[in-house]
Design a protein around this ligand. Structure first.
Ligand code: CTP
Length: 208
């Protein structure tokens, strides 16, 4: 299973809180896995990408929808790669009707979303491999290792927003892979297709 893309958290029927994720990295990983003969379920947030028809794609909008699909699909998956940029906060209430611009100031109260990777980390069985992503702007390694530990992932793929040409919207990415054994693998900046191949080459070595 691969998660990809942003999530959109609705404020009212016409507005949402989202992020700049394009879904390119996750879709490239799903394509790479399919090309190597894997049976892939792609859980894709609101991205403009249209994945190839040989990838079983389940479209979701919000973090809550992504969680629901992931919980249903997870048990039977050997490898799960969580590359989606899931919203960390969602509006406490969603207005049923379009909010009119009456007052000069307007606040939206937010509450934390469920951490999907963390929940799957709790459910993970010995034969399953769980891979998370970390997107950081500072103290990258420390935060990546914290996520590896706290979310019970086997591997964390770090991409730093400090690397030019890496991250949201770009066709290139620069990653470092951390595992539970303390190994750290640095990769050059490459196209997302090549990065997907690096990620798949690395993680299949851990397949239990
Ligand atoms: N993730 C998730 N569910 C969330 C938030 C994040 O499954 N509600 C997953 C992402 O798909 C990614 C990993 O957790 O694989 C790390 O995401 P990231 O946004 O880097 O970190 P957060 O855990 O959200 O922490 P912070 O925003 O404080 O860095």
């Amino acid at each position: 299973m691969v998660t990809a893309g942003p999530t959109y958290e609705a404020i009212d029927p016409v507005r949402f809180i989202g992020n700049h994720s394009s879904g390119k990295m996750g879709v490239a990983i799903a394509e790479e896995l399919v090309a190597r003969g894997a049976e892939v379920t792609l859980v894709l947030g609101p991205s403009s990408l249209i994945p190839a028809s040989n990838i079983k794609t389940i479209r979701v909008k919000s973090a809550a929808e992504m969680l629901e699909v992931c919980l249903t699909e997870f048990a039977e998956k050997e490898i799960t790669i969580m590359s989606a940029a899931v919203a960390d906060y969602t509006p406490v209430t969603k207005a049923e009707e379009k909010i009119k611009k009456n007052s000069d100031h307007f606040s939206v109260e937010l509450k934390k979303t469920d951490d999907i990777l963390k929940q799957l980390g709790v459910l993970k069985k010995n034969h399953q491999l769980l891979i998370g992503f970390a997107l950081e702007t500072n103290d990258e390694k420390a935060y990546a290792l914290k996520k590896l530990r706290e979310k019970n992932a086997d591997i964390i793929v770090l991409n730093s927003l400090n690397d030019t040409g890496a991250g949201f919207g770009y066709d290139t990415n620069k990653i470092t892979i951390f595992d539970r054994q303390g190994n750290e693998y640095l990769f050059e900046k490459k196209s997302k297709k090549e990065v997907a191949a690096d990620i798949v080459n690395t993680i299949i070595q851990y397949k239990k």
